[in-house]
Design a protein. Structure first.
Length: 390
């Protein structure tokens, strides 16, 4: 196996984007993924906003688009809905397995060499990353030297840990998730994504129904990873309480953890960069990480290209500074919103559902407090609530 300028470990959205942008800049790139099939297992609700496609210039393709989404409905514990419906497409329910393969194929088209079924461990020399040791699916082993390593191997990242980075997470900074893909169900409005809140049904999280067809959807739950409750049992209980879901069939089962706090502060160490879930680059309010991963991968790929073309590995730090000055600051603001939401009682959620509109929730999900602040000033009860909780 030849030596490379860059080795990327993990062919999820972050790794594939980093590989693609580095390869487009003329670097030799190896993209490795331990799964026998890129995109599996799927640990995702599969919702992705239109912003990702526009900013990253990814044309929507029917091969990985299941359904256009025009808005959302968030339900308070008492059933009060907060809805936002728009006249244009706001996002898609993607087929994640096909989407990840598409991103990896784009990296290959840009010149990267992609290998599935290849498990990698970091190779260190004098304490610095010098490449990786690879074990392929057929048992063959090889060593690959490189100038830069990208750790894009998910929330349980071993590559970052092997480089000496502290990647430990508190259970409270994780959400435990369980999801069924279900068919033959009833969906009140399949043009919207649906989210159900409440401390009894989904403590420190929510239940989602993301439509993929008129009668097929991802039905899942995310709850605090430090809680005693089991995500599967809570989801099963919710499904049994809803006749439109209870009659459905299960096509697929997905289980996983999502980092929703405690962002990795150090994203670069020597000649190693950490991207995506490995760096906890996830929107902490709703747990979506595909857009964040892709933007981080793009920034990393561009920083690597600049550093290697100019022969100065110190320029790799530009990835860290760029991400923190833009996306990182925004996600930290959103984390504050999540911390606020975690402390709400069911009665307080019901109250908020009566005074906030869908547009308010859109702004909050982006880390914009201005709209919410206006509602706080207008409603003394909200002002007292914020003073109590923050």
């Amino acid at each position: 196996m030849a030596d490379y300028d860059v080795v990327v470990v993990g062919a999820g959205p972050a790794g594939s984007m980093a590989a693609r942008y580095a390869a487009e800049a003329g670097l030799s790139v190896l993209l490795l993924d331990k799964s026998l099939e890129i995109g599996t297992p799927k640990r995702c609700g599969e919702g992705l906003g239109i912003r990702a496609f526009r900013e990253l210039e990814i044309p929507p393709d029917p091969r990985f688009i299941n359904r256009e989404i025009y808005g959302f409905a968030v339900y308070a514990p008492d059933g009060t809905p907060v809805k936002a419906r728009f006249s244009e497409v706001m996002g898609y329910i993607i087929e994640r397995k096909m989407f990840d393969k598409h991103l990896a194929a784009e990296a290959a088209r840009a010149g990267a060499h992609v290998e599935a079924g290849a498990y990698a461990r970091l190779k260190l020399e004098s304490g610095r990353p010098a490449g990786v040791k690879v074990r392929r699916h057929d048992g063959r082993e090889a060593e690959v030297r490189c100038k830069v390593v990208v750790a894009a191997d998910g929330v349980e990242s071993q590559i970052a840990r092997q480089a000496g980075l502290d990647t430990r997470l508190k259970p409270s900074d994780l959400d435990s998730c369980f999801e069924y893909e279900m068919a033959g169900i009833g969906i009140e409005d399949p043009d919207l994504i649906h989210m159900y809140m409440g401390n009894k049904i989904a403590p420190r999280g929510y239940i989602w129904v993301f439509p993929k067809d008129e009668d097929r959807a991802n039905v899942g739950i995310g709850i605090g990873g430090h809680l005693e409750e089991q995500a599967k049992l809570l989801l099963d209980k919710f499904i049994q309480s809803r006749p439109e879901l209870r009659r459905g069939s299960i096509l697929e089962v997905n289980v996983g953890c999502v980092p929703v706090g405690g962002f990795l502060k150090q994203l670069v160490k020597d000649n190693l960069l950490v991207v995506g879930d490995a760096a906890r680059q996830v929107n902490p309010l709703h747990g979506g990480g595909v857009y964040e991963a892709m933007t981080a991968g793009k920034l990393a790929g561009q920083a690597i290209a600049k550093a290697l073309h100019e022969g100065d590995l110190r320029l790799l730090r530009e990835y860290e500074s760029m991400w923190w000055s833009t996306h990182g600051k925004r996600l930290e603001r959103i984390l504050k919103v999540r911390r606020f939401a975690e402390k709400l009682s069911d009665d307080e959620m019901n109250y908020l559902a009566r005074v906030w509109r869908g547009d308010d929730l859109v702004e909050l999900s982006r880390g914009n407090y201005r709209v919410a602040a206006g509602k706080i000033v207008a409603h003394p009860k909200l002002l007292a609530l914020v003073r109590k909780l923050l």
